[in-house]
Design a protein around this ligand. Structure first.
Ligand SMILES: C[S@@+](CC[C@H](N)C(=O)[O-])C[C@H]1O[C@@H](n2cnc3c(N)ncnc32)[C@H](O)[C@@H]1O
Length: 275
């Protein structure tokens, strides 16, 4: 695993997963013609999507796979709370996956981009499938939008500058991964290069309009706290001050209180079938 402290990000991952549930639901509806018996969620984190898979395919053995045992413990708690059947397995991606297959459905969301050799990772995920099995990879999509362009304080356009900063951090993260290989991130092309057929990509909308309910609101707070923590050197003083106001629980313009906060994003899922 790389240097991310995934365990420290557990709350954020869980809230993000919950806020993005509408897109997972829509993506799983695309797979409802399948009757998978063995499903892997590789890089499941705290298991929000894995529990959805378990609910959507109650006849299947669903295994949440992750390198972080603490996150898998949360996935188990979640499954118990929701009354769905889920097993977990600690494994490092890609080296530890060899004995996990063969699976009828492999779901892997936002993990391949944390592996140095992304094409190699996709090859390995595709290799876990039975003939006829389906791989669904969540990568790309659109950065989330939460904030009006003009917040009423600071320089308008903060969200676009946060996105630019995160894109820069993402480049650094990729460059520092062990065995990092540059590749054209053409996800459908990469699934085809992994030997899959019937490849298609579809984007699913997540649209929580203002005023935000508790879960998406807390998810936005977590995401902004993360940006405050990792973008300190990349933002100017005015933007940092605006971020601090947004994160101040007592500030009426802060994310806990403002009525105009929303959550709008699109999740891209790339599907392919093993011939
Ligand atoms: C961005 S999170 C995505 C979690 C979840 N799939 C989602 O969409 O919310 C990445 C997850 O992949 C796991 N992960 C990252 N690199 C890994 C590796 N090399 N082996 C196993 N798990 C890894 C992390 O522990 C984390 O749970």
């Amino acid at each position: 695993m790389n240097d991310f402290d995934w365990v420290a990000m557990a709350d954020m991952l869980e809230l993000e997963g919950e806020a993005e549930t509408p897109s997972v639901r829509q993506a799983l509806a695309e797979l409802k013609h399948l009757t998978p018996r063995w499903i892997l969620d590789v890089g499941s984190g705290p298991g929000v999507a894995a529990c959805r898979l378990a609910a959507a395919f109650p006849q299947a053995e669903v295994i949440a796979v992750d390198g972080a045992p603490e996150l898998l413990a949360r996935a188990e708690e979640r499954a118990e709370r929701l009354g769905v059947r889920l097993r977990t397995r600690v494994a490092e991606f890609p080296a530890g996956l060899a004995d996990l297959g063969p699976a009828d459905l492999v779901w892997s969301a936002r993990v391949v981009h944390h592996v140095g050799d992304q094409q190699g990772a996709l090859d390995q995920l595709a290799g876990l499938l039975v003939p006829g099995g389906v791989l669904a990879v969540v990568e790309g999509g659109l950065p989330a939008r939460w904030l009006p362009r003009d917040l009423g304080f600071g320089r308008p356009g903060l969200q676009a500058r946060l996105d630019a900063g995160m894109a820069e951090r993402f480049n650094q993260m990729r460059a520092e991964l062990p065995g990092s290989v540059a590749v054209v991130e053409d996800w459908p092309g990469m699934l085809r290069a992994a030997g899959l057929t019937e490849v298609r990509s579809k984007a699913f909308l997540v649209d929580h309009p203002a005023p935000l309910g508790d879960v998406p609101r807390r998810s936005v707070r977590q995401a902004l706290e993360r940006r405050r923590a990792v973008l300190g050197e990349l933002l100017d003083v005015e933007d940092l001050a605006a971020l601090d106001r947004l994160l101040d629980p007592a500030d009426p313009g802060g994310v806990d209180r403002r009525a105009d906060l929303f959550l709008l994003t699109a999740t891209s899922v790339h599907f392919g079938r093993r011939p």
